[in-house]
Design a protein around this ligand. Structure first.
Ligand code: R5P
Length: 317
């Protein structure tokens, strides 16, 4: 079984393949001068793609990632269905390929648009759901890492394995920071952050957050027993860093000795890393997105989801 990747997800695919005992095949991808994407399955990969279940690791972020994921899935589907119609190269036209049936797993380390999971006002689209439905047309199962709100994909007619890197984040924090206290910076991160606290075996609490706009957030004041303690703030993602910086201020004001930030998805938009460096003592993220603080591998969590899905396919046979 091959683990496939285009230009995003290559690093994770490379780590994932040996965990699953599979081979990693990098598919061709490049960009035309006008910015449009191009993908191709190398000829020497065609037999492997048609052998058994295949796993494509691809991010739907930034927007070019969505397009590339669709093009890669389209190319993989054509090859698995044996559709070589209209091939210009005469030597390839003669190949008679049978349809090998379903077996495409799409593993998405970072699902772009995941925070657009509700219709916040009339006339909006639920972007995360739309993208999920679109991708579901081209694959037979998803593995998605730390999706902000899994409920958004509950109506998707394709199996989805939601996986989390919180156990690997807990292990890294435990080895490198030894926190006394884990804080969830908002209610949405409670289940993830409390899981980290449970694994480490330390205290836990959460803050209530109000987002005023994309760059401004406020926390409801709360007494936290953090005086003299090492605290790690755990969230699903860090974008502008505003949530973490405000939570860190609250912790420092209450006497926290050291404050660390940890999350699965390090987006770090618009100078977030330098902002964070003024508020926290260290930042830990997975490599779901390439970033200079990627110090936890997302491959293990994804491998757990892939194994579950492959099990589902086996049961159906
Ligand atoms: C939102 O609820 C998420 O869980 C994160 O807390 C949020 O996206 C972080 O964004 P920022 O770093 O811009 O505050």
């Amino acid at each position: 079984m091959p683990v496939l990747s285009g230009s995003s997800g290559g690093g994770i695919a490379e780590s994932l393949a040996p965990i699953l005992g599979m081979e990693h095949i990098r598919l061709e991808s490049r960009r035309f001068p006008d910015g449009e994407g191009y993908v191709r399955i190398p000829l020497d990969a065609i037999d492997a793609l048609r052998s058994e279940v295949v796993i494509l690791v691809s991010n739907t972020y930034p927007d070019t990632g969505i397009m590339q994921t669709i093009l890669l899935l389209g190319a993989i589907n054509d090859i698995r269905r044996g559709d070589v119609s209209n091939v210009k190269d005469n030597s390839e036209r003669e190949r008679n390929l049978e349809d090998v049936g379903p077996g495409i797993i799409l593993a998405i380390p970072y699902f772009g648009y995941e925070r657009q999971d509700k219709r916040f006002s009339m006339g909006e689209v639920i972007s995360a759901e739309l993208i999920g439905n679109m991708l579901a047309n081209y694959c037979d199962g998803f593995v998605i890492l730390d999706l902000h709100a899994p409920e958004v994909l509950q109506k998707i007619g394709t199996p989805v394995e939601f996986v989390s890197s919180m156990s690997e984040i807990a292990e890294t924090l435990s080895n490198q920071v030894q926190p006394d206290f884990i804080l969830s910076p908002d209610k949405g991160a409670i289940s993830r952050a409390s899981e980290v606290a449970r694994i480490i075996g330390c205290e836990f609490s959460y803050l209530e957050k109000t987002r005023v706009d994309a760059h401004t957030i406020q926390h409801t004041p709360k007494d936290l027993d953090v005086s003299g303690k090492v605290v790690a703030i755990v969230d699903d993602m860090i974008s502008t860093g505003g949530t973490i910086c405000r939570a860190s201020d609250a912790l420092r004001n209450q006497g926290a000795l050291e404050v660390y930030a940890a999350c699965t998805h390090g987006l770090f938009t618009g100078g977030a890393l330098s902002r964070l460096s003024r508020h926290v003592d260290g930042v830990y993220t997975t490599d779901s997105l390439p970033n200079p603080r990627a110090n936890v591998s997302a491959a293990l969590a994804i491998s757990r989801g892939v194994s579950e899905l492959i099990g589902l396919f086996d049961e159906k046979e």
